[in-house]
Design a protein around this ligand. Structure first.
Ligand code: ADP
Length: 239
């Protein structure tokens, strides 16, 4: 149920869900939950739940999308009708098209696409439960699923957002914070060299606030990266 705007979103330096300003939500990741996909991952990020699956590399359909010197990523982000409070109308819409596009662009620099000329790698992201930050949850899941598929990569991709609530820069806004906050900035990073492959900004921030938020993201990237690597290790131990 959507709550009315609380008087304050930060009380005594803590957010309404008990987190500190620079604290991401709790994160759990499983690599390879699907047996028939070439690669897969399930990510729980706070109340967000995303399942990513990889099919390929394989033939490109439709053919005109084929690139002679590299593989293409075909990304489909989809929010299940039961993933949000009121039923979401099933099927693609402008928002899912936008998120599919930015997800593709966030992942492309991490994949050695030239290894598979003329091929396509299908990436499906299903959001099973949504609580703000699903594009980031989906990117984390997709990157883990690509690694699980054994596709050669320069690096994994870690995504998380910062934003502003009650005039304070905070990491990783949940739904209530996103609804009533002043800014939201999803960021994707390739952790080894700290290269940014996605940065979107909704709302207004000063230069100092922006830099502070980006520092918060960068300070958490290695921890999320470690959770991805642990998930891959678990999978290899399991199989
Ligand atoms: P992100 O999920 O990446 O933060 P948005 O900022 O577009 O992307 O969406 C924020 C949140 O709003 C989503 O995570 C979801 O909880 C909710 N939301 C998005 N689209 C819908 C929709 N069609 N119906 C209900 N809730 C939605």
């Amino acid at each position: 149920m959507e709550v009315d705007k609380p008087e304050r979103l930060i009380v005594d330096g803590k957010r309404l869900d008990g987190r500190k300003l620079d604290e991401p939500r709790s994160v759990k990741m499983v690599a390879g939950p699907l047996k028939r996909a070439d690669g897969s991952a399930f990510v729980e990020w706070g109340k967000n739940k995303a399942l990513a699956s990889i099919y390929g590399p394989g033939e490109t359909h439709p053919r005109h999308l084929q690139e002679s010197d590299r593989a293409i990523l075909q990304v489909r982000y989809n929010m299940a009708s039961f993933s949000v409070e009121d039923r979401k109308r099933p099927g693609p819409d402008r928002r899912s098209a936008e998120i599919s596009k930015v997800t593709k662009e966030a992942l492309e620099p991490a994949v050695f696409l030239a290894e598979y000329p003329r091929s396509s790698i299908e990436i499906n992201i299903e959001i099973l439960q949504a609580d703000a930050g699903t594009r980031c949850t989906g990117i984390n899941a997709a990157s883990l699923a690509l690694a699980d598929a054994g596709i050669p990569m320069r690096d994994l991709v870690v995504a998380l957002a910062f934003g502003k609530i009650d005039g304070e820069v905070c990491l990783d806004l949940n739904k209530d914070e996103d609804n009533y906050g002043e800014a939201d900035v999803p960021v994707a990073v390739m952790p080894r060299k700290k290269l940014i492959s996605l940065l979107q900004m909704d709302g207004d921030l000063s230069r100092d606030e922006f830099n502070k938020g980006l520092d918060m993201v960068m300070d958490s990237v290695d921890r999320i990266h470690q959770i991805q690597r642990d998930a891959l290790m678990e999978k290899y131990k399991r199989d």
